[in-house]
Design a protein around this ligand. Structure first.
Ligand code: ZN
Length: 198
């Protein structure tokens, strides 16, 4: 596809698609296409923070950026309970569900305040014990594995030192983090989406 075709295509995209490209996918675009994306954002008068998001995705992240994003995320209101009383942390939650002979064992990232992360681990354990254990043979084996996994992961819920899961999340989502500086509610929406994936 030549650049003119791409330009025409971008004109037809809905705003949400342009926003998604700017905050999540700009790093996979060729430099000429990045310019097309930026001019489309300007032409539509979309929030200028989207241009900053594109820039943050297409340059190398510095330690200064990382520390700044880390502070923003740590002090963000909890996307689950909306409270700002506790700092934000990230962890992984394991959960086992058996359906007939198939046992699914999933581990997924969760981002929230300490109390909400504790509840997520507890709920996943209860769910595994109710719905996961009975699939033979992997149900009981993976249920025990997931209980041990969640027990070990709980330390991240209240960690005082740097949470490496949170750091990895930031590195994977710099476009979203940059946008959070001026539109924090977009970060909340994004985390809710992440927390709801299995
Ligand atoms: Zn919370």
């Amino acid at each position: 596809m030549n650049l003119e075709d791409i330009r025409e295509n971008y004109k037809k995209f809905d705003d949400w698609k342009i926003e998604k490209l700017a905050t999540e996918e700009a790093d996979s675009l060729r430099p000429e296409v990045v310019d097309i994306l930026k001019s489309e954002i300007k032409k539509r008068n979309l929030n200028h923070s989207l241009i900053n998001s594109v820039d943050s995705l297409t340059k190398k992240i510095t330690d200064k950026d990382l520390n700044q994003y880390y502070e923003i995320l740590k002090n963000h209101p909890c996307p689950k309970c909306k409270s700002k009383k506790q700092k934000i942390n990230a962890t992984f939650v394991g959960q086992v569900i058996s359906i007939f002979v198939i046992t699914n064992y999933d581990k997924s990232i969760r981002i929230a305040c300490s109390d909400c992360l504790d509840i997520m681990h507890k709920k996943a354990n209860i769910k595994s014990l109710l719905l996961g254990w009975w699939g033979i043979p992997w149900g009981p084996i993976n249920t025990i594995r997931s209980l041990i996994f969640n027990f070990n992961m709980k330390k991240y819920n209240r960690t005082e030192s740097q949470n490496e899961i949170l750091v990895d999340f930031i590195i994977d989502n710099v476009g979203i983090m940059e946008r959070a500086k001026t539109e924090p509610e977009k970060l909340t929406d994004f985390i809710i989406r992440i927390n709801n994936t299995i």
